[in-house]
Design a protein. Structure first.
Lengths: 104, 230
């Protein structure tokens, strides 16, 4: 039986795995920098992590949900403006860290 | 002579311990090496990422500079650690600075050569483990800053540094790198004044001792208790 295609397949999978880990490292190092530099994004992340920890509800063991959070209240808790909060939430969503929806 | 030095350089790295001599010869042919002086930059943020680096001996710090010029330390790397992994992607740029903390001997290879290493399953596994450890470290630091007070963050950082760089001493574990109070402050996201106060408290409690810029953990339990989130 020709084992070369199976071996090549494994190598491809390893390369893919390494790339995915590196992407995660890049995201996490970016978040670490933002939180250490106390940027609006870092402040938002810190508040969200604590909110999720205290009030979040686990869903199917993979995600944590937070609902009915006032946007204005969140901005006040974080100590940043509404525009900065919007930008921070959008950035976290683009990075795949959170998914959020604002009700009108 | 230079060729054999290259072989010696790469083959003595733990990451390649699973390779046979022929495979190491192949890697040796591909490897670069350089000794960096203390405070010399290996690469800067924004530069083209075309090389992966492996530390043979010495210490490297990874950092970013904030908008107001403050140094934000993300990690301190040691012998057998790898960095510059962004090289794996086409046209990538470095997103951080890498700076030698002391005289540091570094082996390097480009992306294509590094991809060859992944053809060996055991080397591949070691690389994945190293990268996984780095990811866990960053995640743990984010959680630490979010959940812990300054004392908790400093205690957690000292415990981690002792695990990475600790050397047994008659009274405890000495962290075998020079750490100023400013270094610790940069690591844990606190002011130098706060760090000085907390370290002073930890000394009074008998949790740590210091000699010059070297810290020794005398009582791990006290530090572990300080890390617990209230």
């Amino acid at each position: 039986m020709d084992q070369k295609p199976a071996a090549n397949n494994k190598i491809e999978k390893n390369i893919e795995l390494v790339k995915n880990i590196i992407l995660s490292i890049n995201t996490m190092s970016m978040l670490l920098y933002e939180i250490k530099a106390a940027t609006p994004l870092g402040k938002t992340l810190k508040v969200l992590i604590n909110l999720f920890n205290k009030e979040g509800k686990s869903s199917s063991g993979r995600t944590i949900n937070l609902t009915d959070i006032s946007f204005r209240h969140l901005a006040d808790m974080t100590g940043i403006s509404g525009e900065e909060l919007q930008e921070a939430l959008d950035c976290l969503q683009r990075q795949g860290v959170i998914f959020y929806r604002r009700s009108p | 002579m230079l060729y054999m030095e290259k072989i010696r350089c790469m083959k003595e790295l733990a990451i390649f311990s699973a390779l046979n001599f022929t495979e190491r010869e192949k890697i040796g042919a591909l490897a670069g090496k350089k000794v960096y002086r203390k405070n010399e930059y290996i690469f800067r943020e924004g530069e083209l990422a075309d090389t992966i680096y492996l530390i043979k001996y010495g210490r490297v710090r990874l950092l970013k500079i904030s908008a107001n010029g403050k140094e934000i330390i993300l990690d301190i790397l040691k012998e057998d650690d790898i960095f510059g992994e962004n090289t794996f992607f086409d046209d990538a740029r470095h997103i951080i600075f890498a700076q030698a903390l002391e005289e540091t001997f570094i082996c390097s290879c480009n992306r294509d050569s590094f991809a060859l290493l992944l053809q060996n399953p055991q080397t591949s596994l070691k690389i994945i483990q190293l990268l996984g450890k780095k990811l866990n470290n960053y995640t743990e630091q984010v959680a630490s800053i979010a959940f812990r007070d300054v004392k908790g963050r400093i205690s957690a950082a000292l415990l981690r540094l002792a695990d990475e760089y600790g050397k047994p001493s008659p009274v405890g574990t000495t962290i075998d790198i020079d750490l100023t109070h400013q270094d610790v402050a940069n690591l844990v996201n606190a002011s130098r004044v706060m760090v000085t106060n907390v370290l002073s408290n930890l000394k009074q409690e008998g949790a740590i001792a210091s000699k010059g810029h070297r810290l020794t953990l005398l009582n791990r339990e006290k530090l572990v208790q300080a890390t617990e989130v209230v």
